[in-house]
Ligand binder design. Sequence first.
Ligand code: SAM
Length: 275
Amino acid sequence: MIASAELRDLDFEKISRLVYDLCGINLHDGKKELVRARLGKRLREGGFRSFSEYYRHVTTEEGREELIAMIDSVSTNLTYFFREESHFRRLRQVIQTMGGTDSKKREALRIWSAGCSSGEEPYSLAITAMESLDGRTARDVRILATDISTRVVRKAVSGMYPKEKFQKVPTDLIRKYFQYGCGQWEGYYRVRKEIRDLVTFSRFNLMDPFPPDFQFNFIFCRNVMIYFDKKTQEMLVNKFYHCLREDGYFFVGHSESLTGLSHPFKYIEPSVYRR
Ligand SMILES: C[S@@+](CC[C@H](N)C(=O)[O-])C[C@H]1O[C@@H](n2cnc3c(N)ncnc32)[C@H](O)[C@@H]1O
């Protein structure tokens, strides 16, 4: 085992190329320190002597599992409940105006949280949908939540979060949609089953072709494309367009925009677009 391996430019280039080809994440020169720190840990844990040995391993068939772990460790998973709150207000307002009040006329609602990280985003969407429907469940609400990282998807499925994560969540929503743990789960809240049941989690790489049954009213791909270069963003945004239903909405992160990309979306307001 080694204390700290040197990350040579050539190895950094090879690793960045591999990550880019696999999942579109752009590890430019400014990310070299991040790669050295995060993958250095994997090297030590796996007993690899150098980054080139590690690279050789993750590009073999036996190294597939480590390859997934490598992607997990270079991706940034920061997220929280009701992040960028204005999007949830907008979602609520749109849902309430869709199809009027006659439940028979309302079409089933499909939402995709693309790059869902540990689940706070899709659960916030599910809670917003339930609140917008005034507690009526007649209408079919289905949320697909996907991420490339197996680690975060596993966490999301459990629906279990430490109480510190709830500082900005209104108390009435906590009471209504979360259950406080006891015993070994003291200090944690779990998303209630009726909300968990609305969300389907799956590992999915946004670089892969989208299945033909991907048809949504709303797509949230927030704080994901910032890690991609322009070419990848443009390709992805156009793929999203084609799996939105007529008049469907597309949300990106508050610090993101589609400016400078060629796309057919209508601009609604900063970070919100429409098919
Ligand atoms: C910063 S988090 C954003 C989470 C959430 N959308 C939000 O705004 O709070 C970015 C997520 O994108 C995921 N991601 C990065 N590249 C991806 C890809 N090619 N396919 C799917 N997910 C990806 C990462 O694993 C990470 O969990």
